[in-house]
Structures are given as C-alpha cells and as structure tokens.
Design a protein around this ligand. Structure first.
Ligand code: SF4
Length: 184
C-alpha cells in the first residue's frame, strides 16, 4: 500500500527584519499570529445553519486546519462566538449573556441570513439580526451558507485577529462600542 505523506503549510511569518540567526518584528504581530491560528470557537447553533457548521467541522472541510479544532462550549474559554441560526427575541438575552461571559479579546461571526438580519423570518418573535444585542465582526451571507462560506468568514476573522493592535480593547472607542450594547 502506498504510504501517504502528510503535507503541512506553515503560517506566514509577520513582516520584520531577518538576518542569519535572528528575526525581529513587532510584539503585536507575533501575538496576532498566535491568536489568529489558535482561535477557540463557541458554536451557538439554533437551527439549519448549525448543520452547515457540522459539515464545516467534518473531515472534508475540517476547521481544524485553521487551528480551531477545539470547540469551546464554555464561554469563558472561547475566543469566537459563532451564532448560527434563527435567534428568537426570547433567546436574545442568552446570547448577550454568553458574550458577556467571554473573556477579552473576543470576536463574533453572524453565520447566515437569520443571525445577520432575521432572514426570512420578518416576524414579531425573531430578532432582526444579532448586532442588535452584541457587536458583530463578520457577517456570512446565505440561507444556509455553504461550509466554504463559513470558512471564508472564519478567515476574515483571522485577518482581523492578526491585525488587531494590542491596545484596541482598552481604547475609548471600543469602550464606547460596548457601552452601546450595555456592556461594561
Ligand atoms: S439562514 Fe436559512 S439556513 Fe440558516 S438558520 Fe436561517 S433559515 Fe435556516
């Protein structure tokens, strides 16, 4: 039987100065590189988009290739809240509480039309987008989005994570953003 060779693609190093035996770059670039390739997602799946996420975690698409095979079902050990599915207004306070329980730095993806805008459910009982209760970093369109789209949204988050200045979370602008959502 022919042996299968594993191939690995290393993460690109950040910009910097290199010479034989040394490499110098900025601290926030190194921290960003590490964070972007070890994101722990918290999947908050309420309906059909969650099934697409299951496929995204499966062998064909394998989100583990991006360093995110470790899902977190505890908000306190999660970096990325992935909201997938219809969020009823009754469910809104729970999503808000989960976001509050996550430690900084934290990011959010709204996966699919329902999470992004209520989708086809323009009714009294459905939240018309989770950005009414928590700040959202990336929106993934589709009803449902395919796993490729979820992965693309995830890679957009990776870009944000890699480029985020270390002091952003202490900035007055960020505090102002959280205050709009009633988060201290
Ligand atoms: S966006 Fe479409 S597929 Fe996703 S949860 Fe809503 S109705 Fe289901």
């Amino acid at each position: 039987m022919e042996s299968q060779k594993a191939t690995y693609k290393l993460a690109e190093p950040p910009d910097g100065y290199s010479a034989p035996g040394m490499f110098a770059t900025r601290l926030d670039k190194v921290v960003g590189l590490a964070r972007a390739n070890s994101i722990w997602p918290l999947p908050f799946a309420t309906s059909c988009c969650g099934i697409e996420f299951m496929a995204t975690m499966g062998a064909n698409y394998d989100l583990g290739r991006f360093g995110s095979e470790r899902l977190s079902f505890s908000p306190r050990q999660a970096d990325l809240l992935m909201v997938m599915g219809t969020i009823a207004k009754k469910m809104g306070p729970i999503v808000h509480q989960i976001y509050e329980q996550m430690a900084e730095p934290r990011w959010v993806i709204a996966v699919g039309a329902c999470a992004a805008s209520g989708g086809i459910f323009d009714t009294y009982s459905v939240l018309q987008g989770i950005d009414r209760i928590v700040p959202v970093d990336v929106y993934v369109p589709g009803c449902p989005p395919r796993p490729e789209q979820i992965i693309e949204g995830f890679m957009k988050v990776q870009e944000l994570v890699a480029d985020e200045p270390l002091r952003r979370r202490y900035s007055p602008e960020y505090r102002e953003l959280l205050a709009k959502y009633g988060i201290k």
